[in-house]
Every structure is written in structure tokens, then in C-alpha cells.
Ligand binder design. Structure first.
Ligand code: F6R
Length: 264
């Protein structure tokens, strides 16, 4: 795992957007894994701007989202389908038929989860997976105690997650109680992972996830097992990290990051 610390949210999101653009330029047929949530809003705005200003071409890209609420129709403004269409897909030249999100309205949810997992395998797996982290350490909706080898399935949300997402729904009572999510195992199968973490409220959980023990109580800690995971965070989220100086040194000195140093 590598950890890249940027001075603020803007710079951290910029780095993530640049890495996604580079991936899409390198392989126009890229399979991207996408996340939703507040952290990603700025990344998608930057990708949309990049498409407009630099002509980043998404026409051949396919995307798989991490998760979707159970029981929310796609048209509901709080569904992740609606979020993605509004914030990204409607603003770039992606073919909407190449954007995949679990169907939280499926009659047979179990079959929907298996189908989603098969679809990911069918396209040859995810090249680059974008992730955020929840206050309880979840990635996707893999809440505490999710098996570290779990695959796509229905998960009950924790009270903490319901609390975290309550304001978006206009009240905690309105937040769905379950979601379909890619499993931790599904995420570990991706070729490359980028986890973006911003803001002081994530400092404690970020430390647990990357410097603490691997535990199903903090599912993001499973990323320590991923062969190529990069965590990009801002100084506020990095506040509790013990290895901060070393991580900063990596970004400033390792050749891999040279192209990005002056751009962020
Ligand atoms: C949603 C997802 C979640 C969020 C996490 C952080 O698709 O994958 O794991 O990334 O809940 O959400 P925010 O960014 O709103 O703090």
C-alpha cells in the first residue's frame, strides 16, 4: 500500500482525477470501479471539467459502481444511479449502457448480486477501483464484520452509516436499511485501487485502516492485502498517521510521482 498526502481536499481530489484520466488515456477500454458519497463529488466535477476542457474520452470505458440502496428506484434522487447520472455520466461522453450499478429494486436480490458479480468477471475484472471510507471504516457498504473474502451481496447498514447518510435523505427514518454492495473480496480482486480520504473527521478511522491491524471490524484495513492500493488523503485526514513524514517523502522523491508533483 502507498499513502500520498496532499495539502488540501482540492489537491487530493485533483490527483485522483488525474490518475483516472491517465488510466483512461492509457487504455480507452478501461473498466473503472466507481464510488459515490460526498468525498467523490469533487472528483466527478473535475472529471467532467477535464472532459470539457481536455476532451478526455470515455466513449469506450465501462464502469461498475460499488453499491446501491435496496428499495430505491433509479429515478429517486437519492439512488446511487441518480447520483452517478447527475454528477458524472450525464456530463461526459460515456455510453450509459456501459455503466453498471446493482439494481436495488430487483425482485430476487440474491440473483441480482450473483449476476453483478458474473458481469464483472465477464468483462475481465476492474482495472481501477475508486473508493471512499465510511466513519465506521467501511468500503462500499461492507460494514463491520463483513467477511474479508465476501463477494457482492445484500448488507444491513449500521446505525452509524444511517446517521452519516441521514442528512442526504432529509431524515434518518428515510434512509434505506439495506444495500447491495460489492464484497471486500470483490474489491481485493481489482487490479488497482485508489482510496480518497479527506477531512479531519476521517483522521482516526484512516489511521486504523492503514496503520492498524487487518480486521473485519474495519473493512478498509483489508486493502493492506491488495497488491496495488494507493491511498490519497489531505493533511486533515492524515493528522493521526504515524508514518506521515515517510509518506510525504515518497511523493516528493519517488520517480513514479514525478509527473504529478507539479500538477497538483
Ligand atoms: C459509496 C461508498 C461508501 C462511501 C463512504 C464515504 O458508494 O462506497 O463507502 O465511500 O461511505 O462516504 P462520504 O464520502 O460521503 O464520507
Amino acid at each position: 500500500m502507498e499513502v500520498i498526502i496532499q495539502k488540501d481536499t482540492q489537491a487530493a481530489a485533483r490527483l485522483v482525477a488525474l490518475m483516472i484520466e491517465k488510466q483512461v488515456r492509457f487504455n480507452p477500454y478501461s473498466i473503472l470501479g466507481l464510488a459515490t458519497g460526498r468525498t467523490m463529488e469533487i472528483v466527478y466535477a473535475m472529471l467532467a471539467d477535464g472532459h470539457k476542457a481536455k476532451g478526455t474520452d470515455f466513449s469506450l470505458v465501462r464502469t461498475f459502481n460499488l453499491d446501491e440502496y435496496v428499495g430505491l428506484p433509479a429515478e429517486n434522487e437519492n439512488s446511487y444511479r441518480s447520483y452517478m447520472n447527475r454528477r458524472l455520466f450525464g456530463k461526459i461522453n460515456i455510453d450509459i449502457r456501459n455503466t453498471f450499478i446493482p439494481n436495488g429494486m430487483a425482485e430476487d436480490l440474491h440473483e441480482e448480486c450473483s449476476r453483478y458479480e458474473r458481469q464483472i468477471k465477464h468483462v475481465g475484472g476492474i482495472d481501477m477501483q475508486l473508493l471512499g471510507i465510511g466513519q465506521d471504516g467501511h468500503i462500499g457498504f461492507n460494514e463491520p464484520l463483513s467477511a474479508l473474502r465476501s463477494i457482492t451481496r445484500v448488507k444491513a447498514l449500521t446505525p452509524e452509516t444511517i446517521q452519516q447518510n441521514g442528512p442526504l435523505f432529509g431524515g434518518f427514518d428515510l434512509v434505506p436499511r439495506r444495500a447491495i454492495t460489492m464484497g471486500v473480496g470483490t474489491i481485493l480482486e481489482t487490479t488497482r485501487c485508489l482510496m480518497l480520504v479527506t477531512g479531519g473527521s476521517k483522521a482516526n478511522i484512516l489511521r486504523k485502516a492503514i496503520e492498524g491491524p487487518i480486521s473485519s471490524m474495519v473493512t478498509a484495513s483489508a486493502l493492506q492485502l491488495h497488491p496495488h492500493c494507493t491511498v490519497i488523503c489531505d493533511e486533515a485526514a492524515a493528522a493521526d498517521l504515524e508514518g506521515g513524514d515517510y509518506y510525504r517523502w515518497i511523493f516528493m522523491n519517488e520517480p513514479e510521482w514525478e509527473d504529478y508533483r507539479n500538477l497538483c
